[in-house]
Write a protein that binds this ligand. Structure first.
Ligand SMILES: NC(=O)c1ccc[n+]([C@@H]2O[C@H](COP(=O)([O-])OP(=O)(O)OC[C@H]3O[C@@H](n4cnc5c(N)ncnc54)[C@H](OP(=O)(O)O)[C@@H]3O)[C@@H](O)[C@H]2O)c1
Length: 292
């Protein structure tokens, strides 16, 4: 598809980086942006290093590629506005980059003849320059209309993205995978730090203690899978250790003890996969206070 103008509604952290990637790669010749305020639109144009800002959607030129990159909570309101006021060329492709919302959010634009999709680049866009510099190799989950998917997969591949398809219906579950792999990993490391500190280990030493453990464990899981990587008292079926440890944690924090029990049960599934005996499994379940 020949694209001359790329229109972006909501050109903040992600919009600026995507615009710059497409411009620098020569995929688009011009970028037009609209933000809540014209001043913010002009700042975006300056950060991108080209293009122009508009005050009203109706003033944006016709385009066959549109990105809706306002915050997720305003996408539906912006889409309604676009459906009423924008000029689309025939075969326009419209996409958003939310990780949790699907292309269904763009349905009113499908009714205007557009082909719609979502592309979720799995990375942080906190800083435009860094996001552009480090974009190569970024995984991009794509779902939506066939035509839009074909166009967007080609464009995002050209700027270094590793595109993959996700079913629209399971997109939120796929995002939950990102939450566990990233956000909850951060949370777990904070829990570990708190337990070290409760045990009297100075905080700085706690981080040093954890670092080789965390890096080594992540490497092992990636190389060997969970069943190859799990070690420790649950893998060995040492119920007495698990029970005493659970009670000790409860003295420091009931919330952490509850987490220890829940994660322990999931770890037990892995231990069973490793071949832990029935006796070992029973002893761990008792230690985690699960009635038989
Ligand atoms: N940031 C990330 O790391 C990241 C990563 C992956 C996916 N995403 C997705 O990318 C999208 C954008 O996120 P972001 O972090 O780039 O957001 P952001 O930095 O907060 O930028 C949002 C932009 O949208 C503009 N905007 C808000 N409401 C508008 C409206 N009604 N009309 C026109 N413009 C409007 C804002 O304009 P003003 O400046 O005038 O307020 C702002 O420039 C979201 O769907 C998000 O889920 C973000």
């Amino acid at each position: 598809m020949e694209i001359s103008t790329f229109n972006i509604v909501g050109c903040g952290r992600l919009g600026r980086a995507v615009a710059k990637l497409f411009l620098d790669a020569g995929i688009v010749a011009d970028v037009r942006v609209i933000n809540r305020s014209l001043q913010s639109g002009k700042a975006a144009v300056q950060a991108i290093g080209g293009g122009g800002a508009h005050g009203r959607i109706a003033d944006m030129p016709p385009s066959n590629l549109w990105l809706v990159a306002c915050g997720d909570q305003t996408i539906s309101e912006v889409v309604e506005m676009l459906a009423r006021e924008a000029t689309f060329s025939s075969s326009s492709v419209v996409f958003h980059c939310s990780g949790v919302l699907s292309s269904a959010e763009l349905a009113p634009l499908r009714a205007r003849g557009c082909s719609v999709a979502s592309v979720h680049p799995v990375r942080s866009f906190a800083n435009t320059e860094m996001a552009v510099r480090d974009f190569t190799g970024t995984f991009c989950g794509v779902e939506g209309d066939e035509n839009a998917q074909v166009v967007l997969k080609e464009i995002f591949s050209r700027v270094g993205g590793k595109v993959f398809s996700i079913p629209s219906e399971t997109k939120l579950l796929c995002h939950a995978g990102h939450v566990f792999a990233s956000n909850y990993l951060v949370t777990l490391l904070k829990v570990a730090r708190d337990l070290y500190v409760s045990a009297g280990v100075p905080e700085e030493l706690a981080w040093h203690l954890m670092e080789p453990l965390v890096r080594g464990t992540v490497d092992n899981v990636m190389r060997l899978g969970p069943a190859g990587a799990l070690t420790g008292p649950i893998a060995r079926g040492e119920g007495h250790v698990v029970a005493t440890q659970r009670d000790e944690i409860a003295r420091a924090s009931e919330q952490c003890a509850a987490l220890y029990e829940q994660l322990g049960l999931l770890a037990l599934d892995i231990a069973r996969e490793q071949g832990l005996s029935e006796d070992g499994c029973r002893s761990i379940r008792r230690a985690l206070q699960v009635s038989e």
